[in-house]
Write a protein that binds this ligand. Structure first.
Ligand SMILES: NC(=O)c1ccc[n+]([C@@H]2O[C@H](COP(=O)([O-])OP(=O)(O)OC[C@H]3O[C@@H](n4cnc5c(N)ncnc54)[C@H](OP(=O)(O)O)[C@@H]3O)[C@@H](O)[C@H]2O)c1
Length: 334
């Protein structure tokens, strides 16, 4: 299969450090160009990563007829506008999470797909990692009885006011940055959409971004996600799925190192000391490579991608509802 030719929008750190090297390992993916607002920065980044062409504007990248698809890791407020521009220029788009700032904004991408015939998807790479696919099938096959509670923590410490995550006006804050993973993975595991949500949100007094958000998300049949995400707290990632007959724990759920094996624990809960726990290990793999190759193959073979943009709109509806709950102090319906 001929590789899909990708262009990279900006010199975002996630691109330079993680996603571009992962794309360059892909079997269906080739990175052919990068565009930056700053020509010097763009050329330096492209040279360092062996990307053949660098542009000094996003517009010139989108005008390159050799580019078939765009990876969009711009700050969150630019996800929708630049993804739409890319689609209107005839490119498919893999856009970083959160795909938008609101569900209404995300819906514009659904409309843009219809209008342009190009695809756009939200880059939740974890859904391509074998450890998550395995956790989902364990839940589906009833290995832990009825899975009723997911407990998720995603936290790091970053109080740098210059970081995009700490700028409220461009879509900063923990819920947008990492809370979105807790929601996306719970929907993925339960294979269902929430009925109602409630949030407790603590904001940084100066930067105004949410720095500690906890959410209670109620799914059909009495299932729940309880999560906390934090941006000024000790670094920690935890996901545990509790069922009526045991539990599954994903040990490094979100930022699995591509060079290291990962592990999930399946515990039949015969005692409180994990006496019945067994570990399943997964060989090192790069979840960003798996993600982009899956998208490239969907494009090239004209087949459905597992996570269409309608899924991204559903995730954003829940974020919208949590933010409404912050203000109302009540349950909100997504
Ligand atoms: N999936 C994941 O694992 C993962 C991990 C980290 C981040 N992300 C997502 O990726 C995106 C980028 O995150 P990041 O930490 O890599 O960002 P970053 O390093 O701050 O990069 C953002 C880039 O956007 C460009 N830009 C355009 N307008 C800008 C503006 N007004 N302010 C700042 N930058 C602007 C800049 O590139 P030029 O100057 O070259 O144009 C900048 O380098 C976010 O949406 C984030 O949620 C995803």
């Amino acid at each position: 299969m001929e590789s899909v030719r990708w262009g990279i929008l900006s010199t975002a750190r996630i691109g330079l450090e993680k996603v571009i090297p992962a794309m360059q390992k892909g079997r269906a993916t080739t990175v052919v160009a990068l565009g930056s607002r700053d020509g010097v920065r763009g050329r330096e980044a492209a040279a360092k990563l062996g990307i053949p062409t660098a542009y000094d504007s996003y517009e010139s990248l989108l005008a390159d007829p050799a580019v078939e698809a765009i990876y969009n890791p711009l700050p969150n407020h630019l996800h929708v506008p630049w993804s739409i521009k890319a689609m209107e220029a005839g490119k498919h788009v893999l856009c970083e999470k959160p795909v938008a700032l609101t569900a209404d904004e995300a819906q514009q991408l659904v409309d843009a797909e219809k209008r342009t015939g190009k695809r756009v998807a939200e880059a939740f790479m974890v859904r391509h990692h074998p450890q998550w696919l395995r956790a989902r099938s364990l839940v589906a096959e009833g290995k832990i009885g009825e899975a009723r509670l997911i407990r998720t923590i995603f936290a790091y410490s970053n109080a740098d006011p210059a970081n995009i995550r700490n700028q409220a006006e461009i879509g900063g804050g923990g819920l947008y940055d990492i809370g979105c993973y807790a929601i996306a993975t719970a929907r993925f595991l339960f294979g269902a959409e929430p009925l109602r949500v409630m949030a407790s949100v603590q904001r940084d007094p100066v930067m105004k971004v949410d720095r500690l958000t906890s959410g209670l998300i109620e799914f059909p049949d009495g299932r729940q996600l309880v999560f906390s995400c934090a941006t000024q707290l000790t670094a920690r990632q935890e996901v545990e799925i509790l069922g009526t007959k045991g539990r599954v724990q994903v040990k490094v759920p979100f930022n699995a190192d591509p060079a290291k094996p990962t592990e999930i624990v399946i515990d039949d809960a015969r005692d409180l000391y994990a006496g019945g726990a067994v570990s399943e290990r997964f060989d090192p793999c790069d979840q960003y490579t798996l993600q982009v190759d899956a998208f490239s193959e969907a494009i090239r073979q004209d087949k459905p991608f597992d996570y269409p943009v309608a899924d991204a709109v559903k995730n954003m509806r829940i974020i919208d509802a949590l933010l409404r709950s912050e203000t109302s102090g009540r349950w909100e319906t997504p």
